[in-house]
Ligand binder design. Sequence first.
Ligand SMILES: Nc1ncnc2c1ncn2[C@@H]1O[C@H](COP(=O)(O)OP(=O)(O)OP(=O)(O)O)[C@@H](O)[C@H]1O
Length: 252
Amino acid sequence: MSENEGALLEIRGLEVVFDGFRAIDGVDLTVGQGELRFLIGPNGAGKTTLIDVVTGLTRPAAGTVRFAGTELTGRREHRIVRLGIGRTFQTSVVFEELTVVENLDLAAGFRRPLPALLRQRRGVSGTVAEALDVIGLGDLADRPAGVLSHGQRQWLEIGMLIAQRPRLLLLDEPVAGMSGGERERTGELLTRIAADHTVVVVEHDMEFLRRYASQVTVLHEGKVLVEGDVAAVQADPRVQEVYLGRSREDVR
Ligand SMILES: Nc1ncnc2c1ncn2[C@@H]1O[C@H](COP(=O)(O)OP(=O)(O)OP(=O)(O)O)[C@@H](O)[C@H]1O
């Protein structure tokens, strides 16, 4: 049984050590079912490392990570994907020579059992059509992914996650490198996805946070510094201090 009813992800006492350096130093984090949670913090705070632990890429030195009551630590990456956790990476993973819809179809097949995969499929499956609709790339469905703009490629990656029907999505800096218009579309996309998924977003961009975040967890030097709603977090002197130490622009 989960100790916290309604919690989908429960991290307790997490520690990650790289060659004696504590990248994560005693983190507790609970993400509720259906929540859209933003994870922020200065460079090196441990945000990506935290996602790496949840997805099985990095093994913690101590602590527990429970997903829907199942312990994840020690599980292999593909098993964690099958349990229903999807993530994006800072680097792109789309197949450039395949079309948008083929990329989605491939992703959708990832969790299908083999007999279903072997069966000849015609047309676009409901899952793929749904993902295409959510990411708004219907007009580009038959274009090779290689021709997509940076923003469109990011949306395709998010679509590929959705096509795998995860219960929890972990998005690592989804608006990095995007133009203003693309950021806005990404914010709207996140809002749509969050309506029926639990989503954790790692993001640096404070303006984006102000517009689209509600609950925020701030990491600093491997620890949770502050947690709460976006206004309270931004007003918190400890948050201002860690950000002001780096860039005044970040907290304004
Ligand atoms: N494989 C590794 N080996 C050694 N040190 C690592 C490794 N991965 C991360 N680190 C260190 O752990 C700390 C946390 O890194 P992490 O990438 O999680 O930070 P972050 O909050 O995601 O930062 P950024 O915003 O720059 O992406 C950093 O000091 C980083 O240099």
